[in-house]
Structure formats: structure tokens, C-alpha cells
Design a protein around this ligand. Structure first.
Ligand SMILES: *Cc1c(COP(=O)(O)O)cnc(C)c1O
Length: 391
């Protein structure tokens, strides 16, 4: 799904010397390497404050803590996302209120958001899933009208651009009260381990978030609020400073790959290719197709079959995500029974992500798509045979 090795080999000298510098400086925690990266990322995003932390899940948790919600407060969150987005809400004693997603963009459904608002709604967490923004202008105006806050989960969309109706634009993660991201190796800006950050333009929120990430202290051994310990390692920060220089190129490489897939897979009936929302660029953390409904065919077993055929031909694929969060045991609630979030449930049975990364070549993409056509045909005829015999 990824080619981190080729990416590393291209910048090996720079990365190795950055790591060597950290070792020579013996500044392993905090200090100049982390400051330099935070400043670089803030410039890139055009945001006032970047607060580095241990991972993308911590970034969400610290952002929510900084907003000072109370137990029982409601947080609206898509049911179709990675578990981290919801996990932190429950961990902090808040109530996740699941909202459905748009079937084309896979991001938060605005009409369903309006239906889920109650007097207890204090926060919404739109997720810029697979590399494309949720419709932030609409979400922000609803949040302003009803007086709740916004944290943008930007773990999959660092570098994406949101276009406002007045022709201005902002980087994903800098529009709400907080943006959060992850530098996990599979993300678009990735380190060699765990890492994360949160960003905000609000001075007061930034100061609180910084304190929270550092045991609730500004001054050593003066703990004003309850915090946690969440830091970005200096070695990871130094690696990220190098990779940040290439982020625009990496994004272009992913977009080029996605465009080429679009061309090559265009003639395959039975699958829907990812669409680009008019209000956002797409940085393609994932290239995710949707398999259409086929009469009499159990789509999940068809998809499993297709994945097995692909694997036989040497092509990996992944299902992000096979089960929406309201149907996960840890997050069951009578408020969100089966069929209550139909698009999330539909997508979890229909989606398939195929390899996309910064090192895609014409040849590899032609090989992958050829294999895809073959695997799709083979699976289709296997299922048609099954249908035939069962009739
Ligand atoms: C990866 C990811 C996270 C969590 O990031 P970690 O660094 O793994 O903790 C949160 N939200 C989304 C949407 C993600 O993809």
C-alpha cells in the first residue's frame, strides 16, 4: 500500500544527517529541533500556533481537554472514521453523537448534522477523510449559529486546501477552533514512528493546549490544570523538518497517481471512483473506490473474493473501514441502532482502497489496474456461477 523505502532512499543523506545532528546535540526531548519543526509547520499551514505532541490521538484528546467541556456534553462525530476520533470523546466522559457521512465525499453530512444538534451539543469533529476536506464553511456557520466548537481531524489531509465561497482559501485544520494531525508512517507527512500535532489561531487555546500536553504546567512543578504527557521526539521532529520541505511534491505525486487511476479505471462498470469536492483539494491519503450494488450478490463476500484475487496477482488492498463506529461493541448505544446511519453502513460494505503513495510509477499503476480488471472479472464470474447454481 506504501513505498516508504523508495521515499527514504531519495532523501537518505538529508534524513540521516538530521538524525545524526539530534544525536550529537543530545537534545532528545523538546528543544531546538522540535521548535524548528513547529515553526516550519505553522508557516506552511499559515496558522499562529502549532503544538507538537505524541500522536494524532493525543492531539484530539488535548484539543478537547483545552476546550473545557463537561461530562455529559455532546460531541457530534461521523460514524465513518478511524476509531481514534470517537475514542477520545468517550475517554473524557463526553457523549459521542454519531452523524452520517455524504456518500460521495465520505465526509460529514451537513443535513444530518443539523438534525443531531441539541442544547447539549458543545463540539463537532469533522474528519477530512482520505485526504479531502469536510464542507467547513457550512459547518462553521452552523457551529456559529448554535454556539458550539469545531476540531478538524486532519490526520489524513495535511496540506489539503479548503476554498471558501468568497474565493479565499485556507489549509485544512486551520478553519475550526483546533486542527489536529498525525505523523504516523502511513500519513501524508510522516515520521519514523509516532508523532502528532494540534494547531490553532487562538492564543488562549494554544496556551492551554501547551500546558495540557505538559502535565498541566507552564512553570516546572506548578500544575495549574490536569494534563497529560505527550511529546514529539526530537528525532521525529528533525525527520519531519526534512520531509515538510517535500510535502507539496508528495501531495502532487499522490494527486498524479489518483488522476492516472481515474483514467485507467474509468471503463470498469460496477465501481465508483473517488470524486473531488468543489470546495476542497484532495491530497489522497487513500484512493478509495466504491463497489456498486449487484443484484443477488452479497457485496462483502464479493469484496473479500476480489481482495483475494488481487492478492494472488500481487496487489494489496485495504478496507477503510469495515465497520462504522456505532456498530462497534465499545460504542454501542440504543440511540444509534443498526440502520440508523445508512450511508456509513453502506460504505463500510462497499469501499476498497488500492495502493497510493508518493512513489507511484506509470508502469506500476498499469500493472495494478490490469490486475484489478482481471480480479474483478474473475470475481464477477465466480459470483455469477454461484447465482446460477442457486437458482
Ligand atoms: C491516524 C488517524 C488518527 C490517529 O492518529 P495516531 O497518530 O495513530 O494516534 C486519528 N484520526 C484519523 C482520521 C486518523 O486517520
Amino acid at each position: 500500500m506504501l513505498d516508504l523505502k523508495t521515499q527514504y532512499m531519495r532523501i537518505k543523506l538529508e534524513i540521516d544527517s538530521a538524525i545524526e545532528n539530534v544525536i550529537q546535540s543530545f537534545e532528545f526531548v523538546n528543544g531546538s529541533h522540535v521548535d524548528k519543526f513547529s515553526k516550519g509547520l505553522a508557516d506552511f499551514l499559515k496558522v499562529k500556533h502549532v503544538i507538537p505532541c505524541g500522536n494524532g490521538t493525543d492531539a484530539l484528546q488535548i484539543a478537547i481537554m483545552a476546550l473545557q467541556l463537561f461530562p455529559g456534553d455532546e460531541v457530534i462525530v461521523p460514524a465513518y472514521t478511524y476509531v481514534a476520533t470517537v475514542e477520545v470523546i468517550s475517554l473524557l466522559g463526553l457523549k459521542p453523537v454519531f452523524v452520517d457521512v455524504d456518500e460521495h465525499t465520505f465526509t460529514l453530512d451537513i443535513e444530518d448534522l443539523k438534525k443531531k444538534i441539541t442544547p447539549k451539543t458543545k463540539l463537532v469533529i469533522p474528519v477530512h477523510l482520505f485526504g479531502q476536506c469536510a464542507d467547513m464553511e457550512k459547518i462553521r456557520s452552523i457551529a456559529q449559529e448554535f454556539g458550539f466548537k469545531i476540531i478538524e481531524d486532519t490526520a489524513q489531509a495535511i496540506g489539503a486546501e479548503y476554498y471558501f465561497s468568497n474565493d479565499s482559501h485556507s489549509k485544512a485544520g486551520t478553519i475550526g477552533d483546533f486542527g489536529t494531525t498525525s505523523f504516523f508512517p502511513s500519513k501524508n507527512l510522516a515520521c519514523f514512528g509516532d508523532g502528532g500535532a494540534l494547531f490553532t489561531n487562538d492564543d488562549t487555546l494554544a496556551e492551554r493546549a501547551k500546558m495540557i500536553a505538559n502535565h498541566g504546567q507552564k512553570q516546572k512543578y506548578h500544575h495549574e490544570i490536569v494534563g497529560c504527557n505527550s511529546r514529539l521526539d526530537s528525532i521525529q521532529a528533525a525527520i519531519l523538518s526534512v520531509k515538510l520541505k517535500y510535502l507539496n511534491d508528495y501531495t502532487k505525486a499522490r494527486q498524479w497517481g489518483a488522476g492516472f487511476y481515474d483514467e485507467l479505471l474509468n471503463n470498469l462498470s460496477g465501481v465508483r471512483l473517488p470524486i473531488r469536492a468543489s470546495y476542497s483539494s484532495h491530497v489522497f491519503n487513500q484512493y478509495t473506490i466504491t463497489i456498486d450494488d449487484m443484484v443477488g450478490v452479497n457485496k462483502e463476500s464479493f469484496r473479500d473474493h476480489l481482495r483475494r484475487e488481487l492478492r494472488k496477482l500481487g496487489v494489496p488492498s485495504m478496507v477503510y473501514y469495515p465497520r462504522p463506529l456505532h456498530l462497534q461493541e465499545a460504542y454501542f448505544s440504543s440511540d444509534f441502532p443498526k440502520n440508523s446511519l445508512p450511508v456509513s453502513e453502506y460504505l463500510s460494505k462497499s469501499v476498497l482502497s488500492i495502493p497510493i503513495h508518493t512513489e507511484m510509477s506509470r508502469e506500476s499503476m498499469i500493472t495494478i489496474t490490469k490486475a484489478f480488471y482481471v480480479a474483478f472479472e474473475t470475481s464477477l464470474s465466480a459470483f455469477q456461477k454461484k447465482l446460477h447454481y442457486s437458482q
